[in-house]
Design a protein around this ligand. Structure first.
Ligand code: HEC
Length: 125
């Protein structure tokens, strides 16, 4: 009888441990949760530049310019936007190096904003 009780105890402990191993987070489960993704008013200064500052400029500032690509100013970034390289990189399209290099793909929300901005002709707004 004691063995069975012990067994049940061990089993229950294991079950309690499992949720801790399940690596979920709000971002994976609800990429568009709440007001986090508002891609209705996409502008270069308010939407795109902050994404670049957070994920790209560390390697693509005018000073560092990894492989000659610059994302921290409008003229350079809009050129990459209009020649397809920006989208190819962030969307991990075949034939492009996945950006941010060595990092996690941008959130679906950030990608939606970038796509919208490019489709609008990458305006300086
Ligand atoms: C850790 C440094 C690093 C970060 C962060 C980074 N890049 Fe890059 N990027 C590179 C390097 C290095 C290359 C040259 C290609 C290679 O070596 O893979 C490159 C190439 C590119 C290219 C050329 C096209 C291609 O895909 O090869 C574009 C466009 C680009 N990066 C945009 C971005 C954008 C946009 C971000 C942010 C979402 C970003 N990069 C983040 C290092 C980085």
């Amino acid at each position: 009888m004691k063995k069975i009780v012990n067994g049940i105890f061990i089993l229950a402990s294991l079950l309690l441990l499992f949720p801790a191993c399940y690596n979920d987070n709000e971002y994976d489960l609800y990429p568009f949760a709440g007001t986090e993704c508002d891609s209705s008013n996409v502008t270069y200064s308010k939407s795109i530049a902050p994404i670049m500052a957070a994920d790209c400029n560390v390697c693509h500032s005018a000073a560092i310019a990894s492989s000659g690509f610059i994302t921290d100013n409008y003229p350079d970034l809009s050129t990459l936007a209009l020649n397809g390289m920006l989208w190819g990189g962030v969307n991990w399209d075949e034939g492009f190096s996945p950006m941010p290099k060595g990092g996690r793909k941008l959130s679906p929300c950030d990608l939606a904003k970038i796509k919208k901005w490019i489709n609008q002709g990458a305006p300086n707004n």
